[in-house]
Design a protein around this ligand. Sequence first.
Ligand SMILES: [Zn+2]
Ligand SMILES: [Zn+2]
Length: 159
Amino acid sequence: MKFAYPAGNSIDDLTPQQITLKIARHCPCTACGNCKGLHPSLGVHVVLDNNSTEEKSILNDLGQYGSDDEDETLPYLDICACGHGVSEHGANEIVIGSEEYRRRERYAIRIDENLQDVDKLLDFAYSDPDIESLRRRMTDAPLSIITPSHLAASPGKCL
Ligand SMILES: [Zn+2]
Ligand SMILES: [Zn+2]
């Protein structure tokens, strides 16, 4: 099984679906409690969507010969190893409200930039203190206090 992950880090270049995936990657699952962010199951191969030639040679090593037509569009990763999708991983704009969504979007992109700097964009287990603190700030506001009418006030942040 093979899925794509958006390589771009510019809001203008990303489709809403790609942004959703980036947010979900860095948000804990609200449905199962012990998943820290959307990540692929074992055996799921995730590649960047920028046609990296490196990835192709890795695939060849795995014995997937004869498919030179790598242009076929891969589906984006949308299901986590925990069995839940992007909307359970904090990326449901209807649930969290659009302001909170924009906030998370900016954090998600910043975290991905950090990951890219250290060449870990496809390493879903990787983390470091910077990324940890960005993730914490990203999901700081508990969902329960976010209601559309109180978004601006954002009360009760105590983490
Ligand atoms: Zn889950
Ligand atoms: Zn999950």
